[in-house]
Ligand binder design. Structure first.
Ligand SMILES: NC(=O)c1ccc[n+]([C@@H]2O[C@H](COP(=O)([O-])OP(=O)(O)OC[C@H]3O[C@@H](n4cnc5c(N)ncnc54)[C@H](OP(=O)(O)O)[C@@H]3O)[C@@H](O)[C@H]2O)c1
Length: 257
């Protein structure tokens, strides 16, 4: 399947059409393609449309997508394919950070994070994998996080969803081997951007080896064109994450966000 690397024909669909990382990634893949931005409030996507248009997309389409409404996912994905053709690259970038302290005691909030960041991802990825398998082509781009590699006390609810997603996506990668469909699992560290803005405003300092949405997108698209299955952002985070497995628990539980 080497001839398919980086050349999946078909549309680019961004699930989470306002995601800062997702948009930067989709922009780098947009030239000459139809790009679908799937998001809540699809009538309020002018900024995202402008970014993708400026990146050289042939056509930009917006569509309503609520990740939490999993019952709507099968119909949505069928409709996207019927109306815009096969999905070549799916950038699955929706997610919420949530309030880590609140999620420790507020079960509704903890379940909200689990629902959006794990349950809904499983739904979207399974449906997309089915559609791509049927035509032996396509790439799924999935955003895990270093937060899920060894879950920290300071954000264990969000971290646990990323641990689950990382495991799910790793297994799906293996299940897709030989089908012509690829999955690229991105593992960024702390990203200085929209998702972490409130956290930083509350005084949290960016963690070591942090990056920006543009740096994440550059690394992801480079990995996509190289046919990689995983990418750490920055690359040094892979070795650091390995070493973190060996930090004694009594120290680990004091690691800040
Ligand atoms: N930022 C980081 O530090 C970091 C680090 C590692 C991994 N990641 C992961 O990378 C991915 C992209 O993050 P980002 O930094 O681009 O975050 P972002 O800019 O905050 O974007 C997240 C997007 O998810 C969308 N979303 C949330 N709940 C949704 C729902 N129920 N239905 C549809 N859309 C929903 C939001 O849509 P609305 O605009 O409608 O609110 C938002 O546009 C996420 O999976 C995140 O966990 C981020």
């Amino acid at each position: 399947m080497a001839e398919q690397i980086g050349t999946d024909p078909g549309t680019v669909v961004l699930f989470g059409g306002r995601s800062e990382i997702g948009l930067a990634t989709a922009a780098r893949l947009a030239a000459g393609r139809t790009v679908v931005l799937a998001a809540r409030r699809p009538d309020d996507l002018a900024d995202s449309v402008a970014v993708i248009t400026a990146a050289g997309a042939d056509r930009v389409v917006t569509v309503g997508f609520d990740a939490d409404d999993v019952d709507s996912h099968p119909g949505l994905i069928d409709r996207l394919i019927a109306e815009h053709g096969p999905i070549g690259i799916a950038v699955v970038a929706f997610g919420i950070l949530g309030d880590a302290a609140r999620a420790e005691t507020d079960v509704a909030h903890a379940l909200q994070i689990a629902h959006t960041d794990y349950y809904a991802q499983v739904s979207v990825l399974t449906l997309l994998a089915n559609a791509m398998r049927a035509r032996h082509s396509g790439t799924l781009i999935v955003f895990s996080s270093v937060a899920g590699v060894r879950v920290r006390r300071a954000n264990y609810v969000y971290g646990s969803t990323k641990a689950g997603l990382d495991g799910f996506a790793s297994g799906l990668t293996d299940a897709l081997a030989g089908t012509g469909v690829r999955l690229l699992l991105a593992r960024p560290g702390f990203v200085i951007g929209a998702m972490t803005r409130d956290l930083m405003a509350s005084g949290v300092k960016p963690a070591p080896l942090s990056s920006t949405p543009d740096e994440v997108a550059d690394a992801v698209v480079r990995a996509y064109h190289r046919g990689r299955a995983t990418v750490w952002i920055p690359a040094a985070l892979g070795a650091a994450a390995f070493a973190l497995q060996f930090v004694p628990r009594a120290i680990w539980r004091r690691i800040p966000r």
